[in-house]
Design a protein around this ligand. Sequence first.
Ligand code: NDP
Ligand code: 2IT
Length: 446
Amino acid sequence: MKDTYLSELMQTVERRNAGEPEYLQAVREVLESFEPVVARRPDLVESGVIDRLCEPERMFIFRVPWMDDNGKTRINRGFRVQYNSAIGPYKGGLRFHPSVTASVIKFLGFEQTFKNSLTGLPMGGGKGGADFDPKAKSDGEVMRFCQSFMTELYRHIGADTDVPAGDIGVGAREVGYMYGQYKRITNEFTGVLTGKGLSYGGSLARPEATGYGLLYFTEAMLAAAGKSLKGARTVISGSGNVAVFACQKAQEFGAHVVAMSDSGGYVTDERGIDLSVLRPIKETERLRISEYAARVESAEYHEGCFNIWQVPCDVALPCATQNELDGRAAQTLAEHKCFAVAEGANMPCTPEAVDIFRKAGVLFAPGKASNAGGVATSGLEMTQNSARMSWSFAEVDEKLKTIMRNIYLSAAAAAKEYGCEGNLVAGANIAGFLKVAEAMKAQGCV
Ligand code: NDP
Ligand code: 2IT
């Protein structure tokens, strides 16, 4: 970082958050893209907006005790970061995964603040979760865990305060259990969580929204470069909520999806991934992706998830987790003439990977812009809940398309305006930042 103010701020953030690599990675990437902003907007430096953005408003860490099926007491650690409320109530998902730490939750909350701003909807940034592993747990164990988690979390959230949703390891089942417990404790039926089931206030198209939105964004980015997904060999990592609906929409756009993964390994299928086989394996039977190769003759299973990027492709959509695509993988993708990478996950590409894509001229869509369709549709769920109405699938999907196209346009426009045309990383960071910054400045030093 050349700018003295920004590099000193980064040093302060490093001192204050020592031992939190994911958080520092996310902050560094954003501060690096602020050089042209700092040069042009001294008022934002003077009002301390950027300094304040590098410190979450507050964070809760709590014990989550629950009893397993053998009657043994188990303990997990729960988190909620209320990162920034300048433009709306805190909003962001909950992640249940053994890798969850304060650093992971803070990086996600930081990213969420910019992402939510980009949607154009009035939502601040938040994130939470626990180091709980839902794998191999019975429904009863998952329910007791969710109830215990909510028994602490409920006092910090509310439809106009902080509205959690799903993320890794948190889907319709977990949201249902948490919603039930919230309602039982508070005796209120409000839109306090999104991603709810359709029968109790959920929005049509919310399950599809992140994956669909990713493809709407990708199409817009490709169209501007005179390219399209038609016939594009596509590799998608993950096989969870985001990956499955990314695959569905990619196939609708005419892409040929040849590989998908889970944390154990990946499958290739030259005939194209068959979602009618994959979805029940992952969604209802909750089995490993290796099962797909056992059921589909044209498919092959490969141990180890990170090698999925060795599969030659035109388009890569990382939809699993942070730092899953490193410099080596990026090099291979570039050598294979991959022409576009769009992040469905949060921060799946390492800084080295992003740098390689930029130098090789690979079109690159950063997650805080390209995966914003999920939270945008959560925003639409909040609106429907407040109005006590529900919109049709087509209505929500149409709004989602418009939002994703607008996010692409505003990231591209900000990049151009601030002298880095074509760099959507900088464009998304700057466009997301400016709205939050104006609101923070107007509200004074709080
Ligand atoms: P799911 O839990 O539904 O699926 C996660 C998928 O990623 C699974 O296939 C999982 O494999 C794989 N995965 C998880 N951790 C790892 C790991 N450490 N290494 C390799 N693979 C891993 O989560 P989502 O699909 O909801 O989330 C995926 C990503 O998208 C996350 O980064 C999330 O933050 C982001 N995101 C999600 C949104 C949403 O609306 N759900 C919105 C915007 C972004 P396995 O089953 O083996 O664990
Ligand atoms: O990372 C994300 O944007 C999400 N997990 C979705 C959050 C939400 O509130 O819908």
